[in-house]
Design a protein around this ligand. Structure first.
Ligand code: SF4
Ligand SMILES: [Zn+2]
Length: 377
C-alpha cells in the first residue's frame, strides 16, 4: 500500500506542537547553565513594602529558592514561564535547608518584616519538588516567628490533605495560584496551564474551608491574542475572580528567556501589552472590584522596557509610576493628567483589533526607529 503523505503525514509518529517549540531543557547548554548555580544559596532574597491581610502597611521579605522546579514544567510547561532557567534538578533536602538558613542570614532573621513570601518556582507543597520535612520546617518556623507566609501552588496540587497540612502548621497563610486566565480555551491553547477553571474553583473552596487566604494571579495578554482582546478578556476575568479571591495580582506579560513567548517575540509575532491598556482595564473594573474586599494589584514587571509592558518610550516612567501608586492607593485620581501622543496610536490599535478579523492583532510589534529595528531583529 502506498504510504500516506501530504495532509495525512508520512507515517512518522505525531508530535504535539508544544514539543516542537518547547525550550531546550536537556541540551548541553541548558544543563551547563542550570549546574552553574550554587545549590546552597537561594536565587534571590529581597525586602519590599507590602500590606498585611488586614491592609496595614508592612515590610515583606521575598525568598526565591533554587528548587528542583515545577513538575508541570518538566512534563510540559506554561508558554510564558521562564522559571526553569533558575532551577537545578539535583537540589537535595540538605541544599534547601542551607538555602533557607542563608535567606535568614541575609535578612538577619527577617528583621523588621511581618511577612515572608517563599517562592520555589513551582508548588511549595508538592512533595516531588520539595521534601516534606523542609516544607514542614518552613511552615512551622515562619509561624513561630509570627510572620505571615505566602506560598505558591498550582490549582490541582491543592489536595485536601495538603491544605490540612498547611493549615495545621501555618494557620491562615496565603496560597497564591497562577490562574492566569479565567477561560478554559485560553488556559489550554494560549497558556498550556495544565488545569481548568473548574479545578481552580474547587481549590478556592478547599482553601477557604481551611481558612487559608486565596491570592490569584492573572496574566495580561497571553500569546496568540491581540491587544484589544487582552483588554476585554482580562477586564472580564478580573471582575469574575475578584469575589472569589482575597487578593488578585494582574501580571502584564514580560518576556522571560527561552520561553515560547520569547520565541514569538523574537520572531516579531508578539508585543508585550501597552501600559495604556492596563490603565484602561483598571478604570473599567474599578467600581465593580471595589464592591468586594479583595485587593487588586497591578505590577508591571520590567514596565517601560521592551520586554515588559511599555508605551512609546518617553511617557513610560510616569505611567508605570501611576500604576504602581494605584496598587497602593486604589485611587483613580492617580491617572489624572497622564497624556502622551502615543495614546492615540494605542487607541487606534485597540479599535482595529476589535473590528478587523485579525486574531493576532493589528499593532506594530516593536517601538523604535524602523530602520534600526530591521537591522537588529
Ligand atoms: S507558571 Fe507555574 S505552573 Fe506554569 S510552568 Fe511555571 S511554575 Fe509551573
Ligand atoms: Zn507615550
Amino acid at each position: 500500500m502506498a504510504q500516506a503523505c501530504g495532509m495525512l503525514g508520512d507515517g512518522s509518529p505525531a508530535v504535539k506542537i508544544h514539543h516542537l517549540v518547547k525550550a531546550p531543557e536537556n541540551t548541553a547548554e541548558s544543563i551547563a547553565r542550570r549546574e552553574s548555580w550554587d545549590a546552597k544559596k537561594p536565587a534571590t532574597v529581597y525586602v519590599t513594602p507590602e500590606r498585611m491581610p488586614d491592609g496595614t502597611p508592612c515590610q515583606a521579605a521575598t525568598v526565591i529558592l533554587r528548587s528542583r522546579g515545577c513538575a508541570w514544567w518538566w512534563k510540559s510547561g506554561c508558554t510564558f514561564c521562564g522559571y526553569f532557567n533558575d532551577v537545578r534538578d539535583d537540589v537535595t533536602a540538605d541544599d534547601l535547608f542551607d538555602q533557607w538558613a542563608e535567606a535568614k542570614n541575609q535578612t538577619n532573621d527577617f528583621e523588621g518584616c511581618s511577612m515572608v513570601k517563599v517562592y520555589t518556582s513551582g508548588t511549595f507543597f508538592e512533595d516531588q519538588e520539595n521534601p516534606v520535612e523542609w516544607q514542614e520546617h518552613v511552615l512551622k518556623e515562619t509561624h513561630e516567628m509570627g510572620l505571615h507566609l505566602v506560598v505558591e501552588a498550582q490549582a490541582h496540587m491543592c489536595k485536601p490533605e495538603k491544605l490540612e497540612f498547611l493549615a495545621k502548621h501555618h494557620p491562615g497563610c496565603t496560597v497564591a495560584i497562577g490562574l492566569e486566565a479565567y477561560d478554559d480555551a485560553v488556559l489550554r491553547f494560549h497558556i498550556n496551564k495544565g488545569f481548568s477553571t473548574k479545578t481552580w474553583r474547587k481549590a478556592v473552596e478547599d482553601l477557604q474551608r481551611n481558612n487559608l487566604r486565596v491570592k490569584t494571579y492573572l496574566i495580561f495578554k497571553p500569546p496568540f491574542m491581540s491587544e484589544g482582546d487582552a483588554l476585554n478578556h482580562t477586564s472580564k476575568w478580573l471582575v469574575e475572580v475578584a469575589p472569589l479571591s482575597d487578593e488578585v495580582s494582574i501580571n502584564p506579560m514580560n518576556i522571560q528567556n527561552r520561553t515560547i513567548v520569547d520565541r514569538l517575540f523574537r520572531n516579531r509575532e508578539y508585543r508585550p501589552p501597552w501600559l495604556w491598556s492596563l490603565i484602561e482595564m483598571i478604570q473599567r473594573t474599578h467600581e465593580e472590584t471595589a464592591e468586594h474586599d479583595s485587593r487588586i494589584i497591578v505590577h508591571p514587571t520590567a514596565g517601560g522596557k521592551i520586554r515588559g509592558a511599555h508605551n512609546c518610550g518617553s511617557c513610560d516612567k510616569h505611567v508605570v509610576a501611576a500604576i504602581e501608586r494605584y496598587s497602593v492607593s486604589r485611587n483613580l485620581a492617580e491617572f489624572k493628567g497622564l497624556e502622551c501622543e502615543c495614546k492615540a496610536i494605542w487607541r487606534a490599535e485597540i479599535d482595529s483589533d476589535l473590528c478587523l478579523p485579525t486574531p493576532l492583532g493589528t499593532g506594530r510589534d516593536r517601538r523604535g526607529n524602523r530602520v534600526d529595528l530591521m537591522r537588529a531583529p
